[in-house]
Write a protein that binds this ligand. Structure first.
Ligand SMILES: [Zn+2]
Length: 192
């Protein structure tokens, strides 16, 4: 086996051997849901002071309010009782490093990992490229504050999200660990 396979099996054996936090209920104890980016430099529970069982964390590339992120948020409130939503984007997000057209072109060239450079992305090429990338909305953005405001606004205005739920917008700094509230986003997400 390669990669992290052995590591994961061994690490989990240790984890499970001393695990003593089972038996918790499904609804998050702190009644909150966090939507954030999949970026490996963010450990949401750790950064926000939550423990196992406290909050829902929904993650995708960019922490965007995609239809699927909203699906999870709606389930989070409607069936599991959360009462506040936090949308957390971050500094140095990879989603600001490409746009829709770039992604489509790279995927048409090949499925191999492309590399970023001063002149944009370079694809190594291959014989497995596909035009399927054209059918996916990659939800890229160039300004994190604008994007988080857009996402908070979309959630706020969604017909399946009740107005009583406050939706807050933040940007997390991956170099300092600090969270900065984006006033425009939180204002847009205010409960009503
Ligand atoms: Zn990101």
């Amino acid at each position: 086996m390669s990669g992290n396979y052995d590591h994961i099996k061994r690490a989990n054996d240790d984890y499970a051997a001393s695990f003593d936090r089972g038996g918790k209920p499904i609804p998050p104890a702190k009644q909150a849901a966090v939507l954030t980016c999949m970026d490996a430099r963010i450990m949401p529970a750790e950064a926000l002071g939550f423990e196992l069982g406290d909050v829902h964390v929904i993650r995708n590339a960019g922490g965007r309010a995609s239809d699927d992120a909203i699906r999870s948020l709606v389930i989070s409130h409607k069936l599991l009782g959360t009462k506040e939503f936090y949308v957390i984007h971050h500094t140095d997000c990879g989603m600001g490093m490409f746009d829709q057209a770039t992604m489509e072109t790279l995927l048409e060239s090949s499925l191999n990992t492309a590399t970023p450079g001063a002149d944009g992305w370079t694809d190594p090429g291959g014989d497995d490229g596909s035009q399927e990338g054209r059918f996916i909305k990659w939800l890229t953005f160039s300004d994190a504050a604008e994007a988080v405001t857009e996402d908070v606004t979309r959630i706020r205005n969604h017909k399946l999200v009740p107005g009583r739920i406050p939706v807050y917008g933040f940007i997390y700094d991956v170099d300092t660990g600090k969270l900065a509230e984006i006033e425009a986003a939180s204002a847009a997400g205010r409960a009503r």
